[in-house]
Design a protein around this ligand. Structure first.
Ligand code: UTP
Length: 294
């Protein structure tokens, strides 16, 4: 049997400049959507997709992320002694979730550079990469959808979505041809080329790469051999473009809704929609929103 993808890398060492000042002293991955930090949504997605080994690439605010996934004896003791069983279970379930390892990216030199830091921990295996400021609501977890394609082709697979032309310059964009695939429902593409943050007039399509990837270990050599690209950063898209010379790469237009929670407006939209869906909060919150007479 072919080996399963066992590890997911979470780059969380970016500067989060779009969310200053909140991200001055803590990573944006710790911003809470309702009551859960962004990174926990991503970690849960990985777990629901069958991946249990989590590698977090941290920069500043390292302790906040580590403490979040660690056991908090004081907090557990306090909740236990006060008989707060539900809260205790919530807190314990976070630290029981996963096997987690951390690696440091000392300088924010780009997403590609952050992924390269995980090379030793990943080894010679295929792995997932999750950018947890992209929060994805989907019936089948987005990462699971990508893994299904990866398990069929044994090739790298990137999640893509259609984006309006005027916004395309914020993304890596693929030039890709649709291909038939069982159960793929016109969602699968073979990538011909890709470009990071193109001008709208240079964009080869409206298919933007978002923050879910299944990668093969050859990506590490490609990242090591490229120069800084757009924004002076070591770009993952440039390394993927290089990898494309030696093997096919696929794009999958995933089923689900993606929120850009690393952006203030995207974060607010996600907060409102996730709060409305909560059984303990949704009704009261809906009434409150109605009372605003917008
Ligand atoms: P972004 O470009 O969205 O993050 O990177 P950023 O640079 O932190 O944010 P802005 O644009 O300044 O607001 C995508 C992901 O890659 C990680 C980020 O933490 C985020 O999860 N990243 C980016 C790194 O880990 N290291 C880097 O050097 C750059």
């Amino acid at each position: 049997m072919l080996p399963k993808v066992r590890k997911a890398v979470f780059p969380a060492a970016g500067l989060g400049t779009r969310f200053l000042p909140a991200t001055k002293a803590q990573p944006k991955e710790m911003l809470p959507l309702v009551d859960k930090p962004l990174i926990q949504y991503g970690v849960e997605e990985a777990i629901y997709s069958g991946i249990q080994n989590i590698i977090i690439v941290t920069g500043r605010g390292k302790t906040a992320i580590e403490d979040h996934f660690d056991v908090s004896f004081e907090l557990e003791y306090l909740l236990e002694s006060r008989g707060k069983k539900d809260l205790l279970a919530t807190v314990r379930s976070v630290s029981d979730l996963i096997n987690v390892s951390y690696i440091r990216q000392k300088e924010a030199l780009g997403l590609g550079h952050a992924i390269l830091r995980a090379q030793e921990l990943v080894g010679n295996e295929s792995f997932a990469a999750v950018l947890s400021d992209d929060v994805i609501d989907a019936e089948t977890p987005c990462l699971r959808q990508l893994l299904d394609v990866h398990e069929f082709f044994r090739a790298p697979v990137l999640a893509v979505m259609e984006v309006p032309r005027e916004n395309i310059s914020a993304y890596g964009v693929v030039d890709a041809e649709p291909i038939a695939h069982k159960g793929g429902k016109d969602r699968l593409y073979r990538i011909r080329d890709m470009i990071e943050k193109p001008k709208p007039s240079d964009a080869p399509s409206n298919l933007a790469i978002i923050g879910r990837y299944v990668l093969t270990h050859e990506i590490f050599d490609c990242i090591s051999s490229i120069e800084p690209g757009s924004g002076g950063e070591i770009q993952l898209t440039d390394a993927l473009k290089k990898l494309l010379h030696s093997r096919p790469i696929y794009a999958y237009r995933f089923e689900g809704t993606r929120y850009d929670a690393g952006d203030k407006l995207g974060f607010l939209k996600a907060t409102v929609e996730f709060a409305l869906r909560r059984h303990d909060l949704g009704e009261a919150f809906r009434e409150y929103l109605k009372s605003l007479h917008l």
